[in-house]
Design a protein around this ligand. Structure first.
Ligand code: SF4
Length: 315
């Protein structure tokens, strides 16, 4: 039984061009020649936003081959309801299953739960959601982003290994829903047992092309997928959330308050050894409920990453 394991050269030829550079794009027709043989399984990394949804539906229409075994959706338990509704809708239209994977009790629980230190000197909480912060000396800063790795990359990798075990596969080909306008987000797989491919790039499709494809097929527009409280929202996305999904916006406001409360308990319990850090979700370090979102990237604000988590959160 021959096994077509994609060689390292495949990934090498598909390294992304330097950010903002004009490096070569991957060649067309890549999906067809990345190992489809016995022992190789194709899976979709589904973020449930525009691009990965179109990619899954294109597979369902036979426009991208081979048919994936399944899609994996890493659920932070913090997406807006519009995304969960969309996922329910999408699942019914796909000829392959969507496997939803969750790390622990979700990102909110992980970020807000204080843990007792082993030496009984107080409590700690993980960095959780990235945040902007105002320090007690008046300076501002930015907390690290660990959520992508812990709540997206790791659960997907675990599920991938489970799929390999269940199906006896020796290699996984992961479809990543990055479009031509987000080419800087392409990253080869770090695992020897998997290869990343980018079918939308192969098809030279932009995010706008994806929307047109949905339109042509009579499908409703897909929502934007990201945690409701993601600090990488642009002002226009915050404004959209506030106007179109006010309950979700209120959840983000509440989360910010709880986050600040958790952090204040953590730092109090460690007396004054640490700087007091107050986390904010908006770069202005103003409480979300008081931010004026009328100024946005049209006025020069940069969007922090290419719109959506898409199972990768921009990494
Ligand atoms: S959407 Fe934002 S908050 Fe959620 S996992 Fe991705 S980077 Fe973290």
């Amino acid at each position: 039984m021959s096994l077509e394991i994609p060689s390292a050269a495949h990934d090498t030829t598909h390294h992304p061009p330097a950010r903002g550079g004009a490096g070569p794009l991957p060649s067309r027709g890549r999906v067809a020649h990345v190992g489809n043989g016995a022992g190789v399984v194709h899976v979709i990394s589904l973020g449930a936003g525009v691009q990965s949804s179109v990619m899954a539906l294109m597979a369902a229409h036979g426009e991208i081959a081979p048919m994936p075994k399944c899609a994996i959706f890493a659920d932070t338990k913090a997406e807006p309801q519009s995304v969960y509704r969309w996922l329910d809708w999408l699942e019914k239209r796909l000829p392959f299953p969507v496997r939803r994977v969750i790390q622990g009790a979700g990102l909110v629980d992980d970020t807000l739960r204080l843990r007792r230190r082993k030496d009984n000197t107080g409590y700690w909480s993980p960095s959780g959601v990235p945040h902007y912060n105002r320090n007690n000396d008046g300076t501002t800063g930015h907390g690290p982003r660990q959520c992508t790795k812990a709540f997206k990359i790791a659960p997907i990798a675990r599920e991938t290994r489970r799929i390999m075990k269940e199906s006896g596969a020796q290699h996984i080909v992961r479809w990543i829903g990055i479009s031509l306008d987000e080419v800087h987000r392409m990253k080869p797989s770090r695992d020897k047992y998997s290869t990343h491919i980018w079918p939308l790039i192969d098809k030279r499709m932009t995010r706008h092309d994806c929307k047109l494809w949905m339109d042509r097929h009579g499908y409703p527009p897909a929502p934007r997928s990201a945690c409701v409280f993601c600090p990488y929202h642009s002002d226009s996305e915050w404004r959209r959330l506030k106007i179109e999904e006010p309950e979700e916006f209120e959840l983000a406001v509440k989360f910010e308050r709880d986050y600040q409360q958790t952090r204040s308990q953590q730092t109090r319990s460690q007396q004054t050894r640490l700087r007091v850090v107050v986390p904010f979700l908006h770069k202005s370090c103003v409480p979300l409920s008081q931010v004026d979102f009328s100024t946005d990237e049209d006025h020069g604000q940069q969007v922090m990453f290419g719109n959506e988590c898409e199972g990768l959160c921009g990494v």
